[in-house]
Write a protein that binds this ligand. Structure first.
Ligand SMILES: [Zn+2]
Length: 362
């Protein structure tokens, strides 16, 4: 009797197991356009590192190029939970950087797989707190700079929203005074008299140059095109050379409706490029693109001078404005043989007075 019971129970158990099994294992379609597979794999690998497993076949998923129009607005990506679909805007995708693409797919998968909603709060230094930041939020200030050593924090935060403030965004650290480590001035250009401009500068009808009051005044009169000029092109008789560790400093004031900004880059790599926007009180925010840091300058008015210093030292990129550290970053692919490259970036409707430029070897 008892044996029979055990036998019957086993049969029932096996039957139940088979029924349950066939139900949960019926796979749903996984349709991922080849353009996005690599980034979906990054998401899954980062989840796995944090002991989070996803079996996409459980509920199915579609990641495809498709309409990203919502309430009359065009988005980079759109996550539609009811159909387990992520649509990506093809035009925006094709003009996006590699890092922009990765952070977009991570953001959309954050919605779809992690059920995360937008989070547009900022860290102590005004950088975005999360990859889930959205320009649609009323409290939006900036998009994350998803590159270099910042990546680890943003990935941690994606899977664990309570991740503490990273060291590089600590407001106390950010306001530390400029380092007094030794540096040697190797070139100084002041603009007490006009300099000979390179043909590509003098022939651009959208850009005007004026040399008076001891300044080089540059104005972008275009309403549609922004420009960026290597600082080296304003240094007469100076060949930008291999400096290894260096600092570039200039004294400036913004005079346009938008602040002129600074780009540091090396090796022409996305992850080796930072754009520092200079926000003049009362001026328009330029745009919200990834890899972009906003500095609110100390100026009380647009006419005040400020001193900006970019220091590249042992793969670290640090920026000071008026003697206070405002940004800590790094270059992921160091190129010790590469010449330094800093550019003055002129958004539409911007104007800047440059009083002097100095280059130091560290
Ligand atoms: Zn979103």
């Amino acid at each position: 009797m008892s044996q029979f019971y055990i036998y019957r129970l086993n049969v029932i158990f096996i039957l139940l197991f088979l029924v349950g099994c066939s139900k949960s294992k019926e796979p749903k379609p996984i349709i991922i356009d080849v353009a996005f597979q690599k980034y979906v794999d990054i998401f899954l690998a980062e989840a796995q590192k944090r002991n989070i497993e996803f079996n996409l076949a459980d509920d199915g998923i579609t990641v495809q190029f498709g309409s990203t129009l919502l309430n009359g607005k065009e988005y980079g990506g759109l996550s539609i939970p009811t159909t387990r679909t992520i649509n990506i805007n093809k035009n925006l995708w094709e003009t996006s950087s590699e890092l922009g693409r990765e952070s977009l797919i991570l953001h959309e998968l954050g919605h779809l797989l992690l059920k995360r909603i937008h989070k547009s709060t900022v860290l102590g230094n005004n950088e975005a707190q999360s990859l889930m930041a959205s320009i649609d939020d009323s409290n939006f200030k900036s998009l994350p700079i998803y590159q270099g050593f910042r990546k680890k924090y943003y990935l941690d935060e994606l899977f664990t929203p309570s991740t503490p403030t990273p060291e590089w965004a600590n407001s106390e650290l950010i306001n530390t005074p400029e380092s007094t480590s030794p540096k040697t001035l190797i070139y100084e250009q002041n603009f007490d008299k006009a300099i000979q401009l390179a043909p590509n500068l003098s022939s651009n009808t959208n850009i005007s140059f004026d040399f008076s009051d001891g300044n080089m005044s540059i104005k972008n009169t275009s309403t549609s095109t922004e420009y960026a000029y290597g600082i080296g092109s304003f240094l007469t008789n100076f060949t930008p050379t291999i400096l290894n560790n260096y600092e570039v400093t200039y004294r400036f004031r913004n005079k346009g409706n938008k602040g002129a900004s600074l780009i540091w880059e090396q090796n022409n790599l996305d992850e080796n490029r930072y754009l520092f926007g200079i926000k003049i009180p009362g001026a328009t925010l330029i745009n919200a693109i990834s890899g972009y840091f906003y500095a609110i300058v100390n100026a009380n008015s647009a006419g005040d001078y400020n001193i900006i210093s970019v220091r590249y030292e042992n793969s670290n990129v640090n920026v000071w404005i008026n003697g206070k550290l405002i940004f800590k970053g790094n270059a992921v692919s160091t190129a010790p043989n590469d010449a330094w490259n800093c550019l003055i970036h002129l958004p539409t409707d911007s104007a800047i007075d440059v009083d002097y430029i100095k280059v130091y070897r560290l």
